[in-house]
Design a protein around this ligand. Structure first.
Ligand SMILES: Cc1cc2nc3c(=O)[nH]c(=O)nc-3n(C[C@H](O)[C@H](O)[C@H](O)COP(=O)(O)OP(=O)(O)OC[C@H]3O[C@@H](n4cnc5c(N)ncnc54)[C@H](O)[C@@H]3O)c2cc1C
Length: 379
């Protein structure tokens, strides 16, 4: 079995790495580290232009619509590079419209193409105050009324909703429970009854929001997919998302290990560099081994997903192992840096906080364990 990365994907990875090093790392050094997820428009606009010029924008969108047409494996490689830096990570995600049917001309003109061109952006609103990990428990309802639906409910922790032009919203048809009746809608910002309630400040500087839908009327044309079918379509998307989170965790962990390795060579205590100490060497070695294992898991799962295999089990394993791994690697890197690692002078403090939510979002570790065990016990 050949696990090497195909030459064209390796070229793409190197292109992404150069963009991160040349364009994003200098911004990381210039900015106050806690304000980085949402870049100011004056910086974001030109960066998107540069990504478009170098062929790095909208990589996952189909080529015939102006995207890069790369599969999950290539996208994971790019995401891994982007997560080594604290700045501009969402730029790699924003140009890739998700959840739409490209055969629908109205959605193509209104949402898909403007998103691929970088003119519009969306957010995904699934989580609710009473149901986030357990999405079958959502309470936001959609009630049919002639040619429209009326949406009522509350969403929370929605990433990047503050500047989104539209939200892809998970609802349930009025009167249904659990997996039955779950239905996707796209709702434009500015639709009466749809409100961004507040930003929810969070550890790690993530940019998440609470949303409200109060008698929010949307045309039936805003349905995504068939009414009541959202559970099935959502599962495949969640699986791919979990593999991609493995790639994010890899990026964070690699940056932490690289910082720790160079610091261990520079920092002397008791007449020797830290790198001479076996205790420190063991920490570096453990991190390198865990990163290598995670990379193999991400590549294997992404490759299988691209071939159309059912990867629900692998996706849960990747999400579990890689997100927990990033926490351990960041923790060791911080320990090696001593007090310097805790200061905001270095990116490590932020990388450490950054790694923590990965064990929670898109399904906490315990839920991944539960999924893995359930699949095993079913056999
Ligand atoms: C940074 C960040 C960004 C996010 N972005 C988005 C977004 O863009 N859109 C969106 O819709 N949501 C988003 N979320 C929400 C995220 O998907 C949920 O937080 C996540 O699914 C977990 O749900 P919860 O927080 O309600 O935890 P709960 O489901 O309430 O679980 C709480 C804890 O209980 C334990 N637990 C739960 N179930 C089980 C079980 N079956 N077995 C054992 N233990 C269990 C786990 O330890 C878990 O951490 C985001 C969250 C974060 C942190």
């Amino acid at each position: 079995m050949d696990l090497s990365i195909p030459a064209e994907l390796d070229m793409l990875r190197r292109l992404a790495r150069r963009f991160v090093d040349d364009e994003l790392m200098p911004l990381e050094r210039d900015f106050k580290l806690d304000m980085l997820e949402e870049l100011p428009d004056l910086i974001r606009g030109p960066l998107i232009g540069k990504m478009q010029a170098t062929g790095l924008w909208a990589l996952a969108a189909p080529r015939e619509y102006g995207g890069g047409g790369i599969g999950l494996l290539g996208f994971c490689l790019v995401v891994e590079e982007s997560y080594k830096c604290l700045v501009g990570r969402n730029l790699w995600l924003l140009g890739n419209p998700s959840g739409f049917d490209y055969q629908r001309p109205d959605h193509l003109e209104r949402y898909i193409l403007p998103t691929i061109r970088g003119e519009k952006r969306g957010c995904a609103a699934l989580s609710e105050p009473n149901a986030a990990g357990d999405l079958a428990g959502i309470e936001t309802t959609a009630t049919r009324d002639g040619d429209t639906y009326v949406i009522n409910g509350a969403k929370c922790f929605v990433s990047l909703a503050g500047k989104a032009d539209y939200a892809v919203v998970l609802t349930r048809l009025k009167g249904t429970t659990r997996r039955d009746g779950m239905t996707w809608f796209v709702v434009d910002r500015g639709t009466p009854g749809f409100r961004v309630v507040r930003q929810q400040e969070m550890l790690g500087g993530y940019d998440t929001y609470e949303l409200a839908f109060e008698d929010c009327v949307v045309p039936a044309a805003n349905l995504l997919g068939e009414p009541g079918q959202a559970w099935n379509t959502g599962q495949e998307r969640l699986g791919q998302g979990r593999i991609q989170i493995g790639a994010r965790a890899l990026g964070v962990a690699e940056r932490c290990l690289s910082l720790a390795t160079s610091y261990a060579k520079r920092r002397w205590t008791f007449g020797h560099p830290l790198a001479d100490r076996q205790g420190v060497q063991f920490m570096l070695a453990d991190s390198a081994v865990e990163i290598h294992a995670s990379r193999l898991m991400v590549v294997d799962a992404a490759w299988k997903a691209e071939r159309g295999e059912d990867v629900r089990q692998e996706a849960a394993m990747v999400k579990l192992f890689a997100s927990e791994m990033a926490g351990r690697v960041a923790d060791r890197a911080l320990q090696i840096h001593g007090a310097a690692g805790l200061t905001k002078d270095l990116p490590l403090e932020r990388l450490y906080r950054d790694a923590r939510p990965m064990r929670i979002y898109e399904g906490p570790s315990e839920v991944q364990c539960w999924v893995i065990a359930r699949n095993l016990l079913r056999k």
